[in-house]
Every structure is written in C-alpha cells, then in structure tokens.
Design a protein around this ligand. Structure first.
Ligand SMILES: NC(=O)c1ccc[n+]([C@@H]2O[C@H](COP(=O)([O-])OP(=O)(O)OC[C@H]3O[C@@H](n4cnc5c(N)ncnc54)[C@H](O)[C@@H]3O)[C@@H](O)[C@H]2O)c1
Length: 254
C-alpha cells in the first residue's frame, strides 16, 4: 500500500526522536518519502547513519545526529543546530522511549528517575526547544508517543506506563498553551507493533504473534508503517484543526 501524499509536508522540516530503529525508522522513511527535510536523533550511531544512507536517494537526504535524549542540554543543542541547518522545525515527533520491563520490588529511585528521563522528560524539553522555531513559522505540529500499555495496566512496567499516561497530560496542557501560536499538540497510542526488537524480546515464534493478533479486531500484524501513516496525517496541514487529541492505532486490541 502506498503512502498518502501530503503536499504541505513537501520541504517541511521534521525532527524525529529515536529515529534509527523500530517505529521511528518507519516514521523517518515516511517523511523522507513525502519530500520533507528530516532530521533525526538516536543513541544508536551505526543504525542512524545506515538509515540516512539508505535514504540518500530521497529528495532531501535525512540528517542523523547521535544524541542521548536523557541529556537535555545536548538535545537542545541539536534542535538549535537543525533550525540553523535546515530552517525552523515545523513537525516534532517525540517517538523515542525505552519499554524496559521491571519487577516492582526491584525498582530503585535511580531506576524510576531514569525511566522518566527517557520516557517522559524529553517530550517536554524538545517541545520547549522547538516552540520558538514554530512561532517563527506561524504553525507547528507536535506528535507525542504514548502507548496503550497504560490503559491496559501492564503490570510489569509501571515506571513506563506511568510516563506513557503522563504523556497525555503533557499533550493536553501543551496543546492549550501553544494553541494561540497555531501550534498543535497530539498524541498517538500504538498497540502491539511488531518491530524487530519486539520480535526478538517478546514474540519470537509465529504462534506467539498469532496469539496476539487473534485478540485484535483487525486480525493482521500491526507494523510500524501503520503508525507512520497516522504521524504523517497529524504532521500535515490536513489535520490543522485537530489538537489536544490522542489516537489509538492498535487494530482494536485494547
Ligand atoms: N513497539 C510497540 O509495540 C509499541 C507499543 C506501544 C507504544 N510504543 C511506543 O512507540 C515508540 C516507538 O516504539 P519502538 O517499539 O520503535 O521503540 P524501540 O525501543 O524499538 O525504539 C526506540 C528508539 O529510541 C532510541 N532511544 C532509546 N533511548 C534513547 C536515548 N536515551 N536517546 C536517544 N534515543 C534513544 C532507540 O535506540 C530506538 O531507536 C515508543 O515511544 C514506544 O513507547 C511502541
């Protein structure tokens, strides 16, 4: 299935966090395919460089920056550099996260703070940093990644689910705060997306995937490009009156 063509995304500067692998890589591919100017950050230097090379034939070759998002100052510096190199950022995709599982009794203060430092804190500070660039443009779209995991009450990852629920509170407050500048803020809650990492860690056999898919209304494997389609829509002007919302993309799992 081909991607929809959104003329408003042609030449638009898009910043994607965690874009080197998984769903983030599909988002980078999708925006590059629309003619957007994509910059993406990740801690995986080799995978990020390889993805940029894979997309060298795009109208605008994506730029990869190695950046640890738990380092707020470094993240702010990259966002400023992208604005200088490509022009003001018009779309911010807060995709990066770490869904590490944890036993409740084993959680320390340090672990808790680390989980928030990757799953929640960057989504605020990236928005804070891109806001002046979007104000210059007179528009902007911020897309925050939550997860259906918090709705279901996944018991083996409370530090993660807490952050993913908080993403919706952040989304609604920033939508209200940034709205007067024509900056939209929305969230996406993916379902069980079969990335390479998810296969390797949790769904290693066809039977394990089938068991999961049988619980969805739409009984097809959910892949990252389905999430990317929703991100494109929220990034494009076609959704210009949609803000302060969260869209579940899970094939009807939850
Ligand atoms: N895969 C799923 O089933 C699923 C389900 C619900 C929600 N989500 C959400 O969708 C988003 C993408 O999911 P995914 O499965 O592709 O995640 P993933 O863990 O496979 O990939 C996340 C990306 O973020 C990068 N990253 C991690 N820590 C970083 C750091 N400190 N600095 C910079 N980059 C860092 C990783 O290297 C990776 O490329 C996440 O927000 C996740 O919570 C995924």
């Amino acid at each position: 299935m081909t991607f929809a063509n959104y003329p408003s995304l042609s030449g638009r500067v898009v910043f994607v966090t965690g874009g080197a692998s998984g769903i983030g890589a599909d988002i980078v591919r999708a925006f590059a395919g629309t003619g957007a100017k994509v910059a993406f950050v990740d801690i995986q230097a080799d995978a990020g460089a390889a993805l940029a090379e894979e997309l060298a034939g795009a109208e605008h070759k994506p730029r990869f920056y190695r950046c640890d998002l738990t380092d707020t100052a470094a993240t702010q510096a990259v966002i400023a550099e992208v604005g200088r190199a490509l022009g003001p950022i018009g779309v911010l995709v807060n995709n990066a996260a770490n869904d590490d599982r944890h036993e409740i009794d084993a959680v320390t203060e340090e672990y808790w703070d680390w989980a928030q430092a990757i799953n929640l804190r960057p989504q605020f500070f990236t928005a804070q940093a891109v806001r002046p660039q979007m104000q210059l443009l007179g528009f902007g779209s911020i897309i925050n990644f939550s997860s259906i995991a918090w709705r279901g009450g996944a018991p083996n990852m409370p530090a993660y689910t807490t952050a993913k629920a908080a993403v919706l509170g952040l989304t609604r407050s920033l939508a209200r705060a940034f709205g007067p500048d024509n900056i939209r803020v929305n969230a996406i809650e993916p379902g069980a997306v079969m990335t390479e990492k998810q296969h390797a860690l949790w769904y290693p056999t066809p039977e394990s995937v089938d068991a999961l898919v049988s619980r969805q209304c739409i009984q097809k494997v959910l892949l990252g490009d389905e999430i990317a389609r929703t991100v494109l829509f929220l990034g494009a002007d076609d959704s210009r009156m949609i803000t302060k919302q969260s869209i579940i993309v899970d094939g009807g799992l939850i």
